[in-house]
Design a protein around this ligand. Structure first.
Ligand code: NAP
Ligand code: GLV
Length: 306
């Protein structure tokens, strides 16, 4: 069996070595134009040329949870697209979101300013009941985040396409429920996939439905957010601020206003990193299961877009 690896923006070599060690029966190589045909591919944002030159591929294993970059390509209908199914990402996402929520709720940025000025000061404790956190997207990552927030006793709302039942979580589903979800969520955490339906979904019309003092955490994709609408709502005082891990252009351009904005925290798309060894173990297990004719988890519905 031949497995090819094609990444944009990161080196395939450590993956070739680790996968070869983990999967003795396979011939693993990094793709280059003109490479021989392979049976399976491990990819991150491959070019269209890769797909066009690999007509024998049965499966594309994406080394991330979000498959938006793959679904922009022309893919043969028979080609299976498989996402990374947690593989150590959801606990990282839970850490990141809880950290951002707690840092905002407890006003730790304000305490930092005071302590750096040598000032011993107290802020009035805020009421947790006033800080419902709305998790938009209750999938592999969103569910883990919702459960982690409950440990800290924040009220948790969730928004998804289909109805969900998660103990203690107030669930909203479908576009008709979006307004009520937003109006009752003091902190908004975006964990939806990027699809034609969700692109630009965080815009002036939706973000202005958050309560006054609302806070935005975007950890999904930059194209969900209309960046200038967020800045306008923060500068007008409707929103208290934002923590952003993903951007329309990455790396975030040096002149982008997010860098210097006092109420916006920027991180470099690092909230839930792909862990190489965990991911390889998962992909090898799935290739072996497919070889035995067994079903696997993480198959992407390419029409639905996630
Ligand atoms: P997932 O398992 O596919 O779950 C997606 C959730 O979004 C589901 O609950 C789905 O609803 C909901 N959804 C989809 N379209 C919707 C719509 N139009 N309206 C309302 N809800 C909608 O995805 P995941 O694994 O949790 O990952 C979510 C995203 O996080 C990924 O797509 C990726 O872009 C991003 N991500 C970012 C990082 C990072 O480091 N920043 C790391 C990993 C992933 P149903 O349950 O009803 O289907
Ligand atoms: C990262 O952004 C991912 O989709 O896994």
């Amino acid at each position: 069996m031949n497995i090819t690896i094609c990444f944009t923006g990161l080196s395939p070599e450590p993956w070739v070595q680790s996968l070869q060690q983990a999967f003795a029966g396979a011939v693993v190589s990094a793709w280059a134009p003109g490479a021989p045909p392979a049976d399976h591919a491990i990819v991150w944002a491959p070019p269209q040329q890769f797909i066009d030159e690999q007509p024998d591929l049965q499966t594309l294993f994406n080394i991330g949870a979000g498959v938006d970059a793959l679904l922009q390509l022309r893919l043969p209908p028979s080609l299976k697209v498989v996402r990374l199914d947690d593989a150590g990402m959801s606990v990282q996402m839970a850490e990141y979101v809880c950290h951002a929520v707690i840092r905002h709720f407890r006003e730790f940025d304000g305490y930092d300013v005071d302590t750096q000025a040598g000032k011993w000061s107290y802020r009035k404790p805020r009421s947790r009941a006033d800080f419902a956190v709305g998790v938009m997207g209750l999938g592999v990552l969103g569910e883990r985040v919702a459960k982690a927030l409950q440990v800290f006793e924040f009220p948790v709302n969730a928004y998804s396409r289909s109805p969900k039942h998660l103990q203690g979580v107030h669930s909203f589903s479908g576009a008709q429920a979006l307004s009520e979800f937003l109006a009752t969520s003091r902190v908004l955490v975006n964990l939806m996939p990027l699809t034609p339906e969700t692109e630009n979904i965080l815009n002036h019309a939706t973000l202005s439905q958050l309560p006054v003092g609302g806070y935005v955490i975007n950890v999904a994709r930059g194209k969900h957010l209309v960046e200038e609408d967020l800045i306008a709502l923060i500068d007008r005082g409707h929103l208290a601020g934002a923590t952003l891990d993903v951007f329309r252009t990455e790396p975030l351009p040096a002149a982008h206003p997010f860098w210097q904005h006092p109420k916006i925290t920027v991180t470099p798309h690092t909230s839930a990193r792909t862990l190489r060894e965990e991911s390889i173990a998962q992909i090898v297990g799935k290739i072996q299961a497919l070889g035995r004719g067994e079903p696997i988890q993480g198959l992407v519905d390419t029409v639905r877009g996630y």
